[in-house]
Design a protein. Sequence first.
Length: 547
Amino acid sequence: MFNFARIVLGAIGRRIIGNSLLKTLDRIERETANLSNGAPHHKLKILYGPSFCIYDPCFAYDRLFSDALRLRGAAIIPIYCDGIQSVECNYFGGSWLAGSFQEACRDCVKRSKTLWKANSRTAIPLSKYVGPQDRRLVAAVVDLLAPGTWSTYEENRLPLGQWAKDILVNNYMVANPLLISGHEELGKVHLKNLLLLKVAYERLIEDVKPNRVVANDSYYGMWALLGNLAQRSNIPFYSYWPIGGGRVAMAMNSPSMNLDFRSSWPNFASKPISAEMSSRVDEWLGPSSCTRIALIETHRPGAHQHSSFNTSALDPSKPTALLAANVVWDLAALNKQVVFEDMMTWISATIEWFRTHQQYQLIIKPHPVEVNPKIPVTRERVHVALENSGCVIPANVFLLEPEDSITVYELSRHVKVVLVHTTTVGFEMAAIGLPVITTGRAPYRGFGFTFDAGSQSEYFTLIDDALSDRLLYDRATFSALAKKFTALYHFHYFMDLGIVHVGDGTTIKIRTAKDLLPGHNKMLDYILDSIINGEPIISDDRIPPAS
């Protein structure tokens, strides 16, 4: 699953939200104020974490979620970063920053104030809880670190150094921080920023004493930190992310985009899915599916994918494997290693194995988002990494371009096995009946429809067995389980709320604030009732309704 957090960062982050969208949200906000005057108040205080409001969909959802919670009697206490971070941050930096950080930071603060301007309680700036002495102490701690140790720094078992590294590589669109000029100092910058946020969050939580915390997806530093501190105070923490269309992912006490189905899968997998759901799954899995709504579609070629791999170059006498790569810097791939040190090491090692096994052939398909006009070009692309490592591609290995228009579905007709790190291609190809071998912590690893290597020797043995027809598996059972996972993944976990549409633009789908009241939207009710009651969004005995 590709994280679309930065797709329109440059375009949106440097202006206040569009007038039409803002007018609609302001009108609904005024209606909410009138309706909530008579709403029962249960003294539930919900701390609303720093919004990713430079992104229109997050701006819209944060307004509407907070309005809907107020209509249910909750007090919303919003907070925002008002420039306590410096040089770079989770919002702006590296390949995603056009112009100066100072200008972008000022615009981001304006946007936060615009988001919360009409809330019944004034938004709290984080600078309220951080002073000059705190900055001096944080700087002293980080400046005394030995060279190269910033990325492993921990404090009270919080992996602040790891979070700083994840922000840095995401900003510069690489997985290896050594590829970034000035990475040592930049890494320390992000570590200092996180330590300052830690000071602010700890004091804020102690001061406000919220009953719940709601925030942006919490994989990355400033939201991961807030989530961890909330949980340590026994405060249920909810993170969310809009994936496109009307669908939203939300999780309790976990990043929503971690896609953690471990508790829910056994119960869900044990039950049959309806004929209607089976039909919906088949449509979703179709190579030209129109039900997959995302800001960047990866299951069918985009207009920028102009080149095409000619499958006639394949030797039909040689059994073939397909390796489907992730975007190396994306959260779907970061820190998901199981068998290999990282994704590029996995690809290099696989090439070397095929070099010594000329009776087989390999197709490597880079993720199409490596080069896409909607975002900056990935710096650490598969082609670039292999070239920089001195890897010479053997004749039985075919390395495609990210701009190739051929899809995994077209390639699937020519292969006997699919090799994946964590990509959704894994469960898609398992659903159509191909054996799939995982090497990373995919969200479906261990769910009964893939072969999950635990070591490099096991991985290569599995490839050899698959290509030589020694791999025994029940194709029908694997396919049925993979289709069930598709149902859980797309139609239950990614919930269609129908209140905001995310596509080429952001559109509000509801007419009035009354549409946010209880009983008007079962999916919205499910999410908000979960938050109010402090219940998980998804667990062994709670699964969101199909939508």
